[in-house]
Structures are given as structure tokens and as C-alpha cells.
Design a binder for this molecule. Sequence first.
Ligand code: NDP
Length: 244
Amino acid sequence: MSLARKTALVTGGSRGIGSAIARRLAADGSAVAITYGGNKAAADATVAAIEGAGGTAFAFQADAADPASQRAGVEQAAAALGGIDILVHNAGVAEFSTVADDTDETFDRQFGVNVKGLHVGTRAALPHLRDGGRIILIGSISGEMAFPATTVYSATKAAVAALARGWAKDLAPRNILVNTVQPGPIDTDMNPADSDFAAQVLGAIPLGRYGKVEEIAGAVAFLAGPDASYITGTTLNIDGGATA
Ligand code: NDP
């Protein structure tokens, strides 16, 4: 197994893309810890799925937007795992509004989870992250292109890719590789494939369909694995051709 004897922390691993990433990394041999915001039942279900398949998993509540909570979640995960090889920052929120309806609260909430949570979490993880480790950030093609009524979210995801580029250089001396995976529309609670929003954006996807969570998890597993040993500071778009 490509990730045998590795350990991974996946933020927001209770549902959607994060749950699929946690299950895939575990299937590839890694012990996995997930954090979640409020949905304990979903987090427990992810852990149960991994353990049911013979893997090792832990779940910890940690609000990515609250620095003390985020730091505590990382510390608990590092202790349970005995150090971290792979850190996946997946937790994220999206709120739909145009600039006329944006508020200070919607701005702060999205930047708090999607950007500051990554900065706090990475700094907390660094003492536990082994040399040669990987950090994978879940950005979005929204960081490169505008979708309807999601400008603040887009700005957070542009910031995510910028963090990865900078951290790739900061952490190269420790051979810690840092990359961003930028999904296009993926069918999850955040972005259901049967919504009005989906009807608006489907025409912009050459493959003509929403992506599946497993299609993002596979790319994360590649970037976490031995075949990605010379890849750092880049973004990988997985979007059915939307940014082509
Ligand atoms: P979901 O809404 O399905 O799941 C979000 C996950 O993040 C849940 O595990 C949730 O935990 C967790 N989370 C949310 N807020 C917090 C918080 N404050 N603290 C800790 N955890 C939190 O989203 P997706 O799976 O669709 O999205 C995952 C990532 O992928 C996000 O970063 C998103 O921006 C990105 N993305 C998604 C796309 C899509 O089309 N779906 C496209 C491009 C990028 P809980 O269950 O406890 O609420």
C-alpha cells in the first residue's frame, strides 16, 4: 500500500470531499485523524467506515475558525497518531450572495474557516509534521474564475493557493511538499448536483457533469504518495475541463 505506516490529519473529514479523502488515505494504508465542526454523527460514521474496512481512525471536534479550537484539534490528532506525515486542509464553507448583500459576518466566516483556519492549523501542525511530509490544501477553481454570487468565497480560495505557493518555498528545506487541489463542482451537501446553482454552471463544464468526491480523493492520494516526490507549490484542477 502506497501510504503504509503513514499518518494523516484531514480537517472537515466528517462529510463530503473530506470524508472521501479520509477513507481513501486509510484504504491506501495511512492511519487517519479527522476534525469536524459540529456534525459528530457524520464524523463517527467516517471513523466507523474506516475501521470497518480494517483501518485506524480518530475524530476530534475542532472549529477551524476558532484558533484555540483549531490548535487543540491538531494537538489531539498529533497525539493520537504519534506525529503527522500528511496534513489535508479540507474544511471549508461557502455562502451565496452578491456584493450588495455580503456582510461583515459572511466575509469573516468564510475567511475564518477557509483561510485563517489553514494558517493556524499549519502552524500548530509544523512541530508534529515529519520531514518529507505533505500538506495538501483544498482550494477551488473559484479561486481562478468567478461563479454566480460567490465572490468572497472565490477570494478565500485564491488566498488558499497563495498560501500553498509560499509554504512550498518556506518548507522546502525540510522536504515538506505543499500543493493545492482545486475541485470544480463536486456533488456534496455544499454543492448538490440537483440545485439551481448546478443548473447555472453545468454548461461551463466540458465533461457535462458534476464530479464525485472519490475523484478528488484520488488526486489527494496521489499528491500524498511517493509518485509526487518532485511536486510542490502547484495547483491541480480537477474540474471536468471547466478551466480549460
Ligand atoms: P461539505 O459542506 O459537504 O463538508 C464540509 C466539511 O467541512 C464538513 O466535514 C464540515 O464539518 C467541515 N467544516 C465546515 N465548517 C467547519 C468549521 N468551522 N470547522 C471545522 N470543520 C468545518 O463541503 P464539501 O465536501 O463540498 O467541501 C470540502 C472542501 O472542498 C471545502 O474546502 C470546499 O470549499 C471545497 N470545494 C468544494 C467544491 C464542491 O463543489 N463541493 C468545489 C470546490 C472546492 P461538519 O460536518 O461538522 O459540519
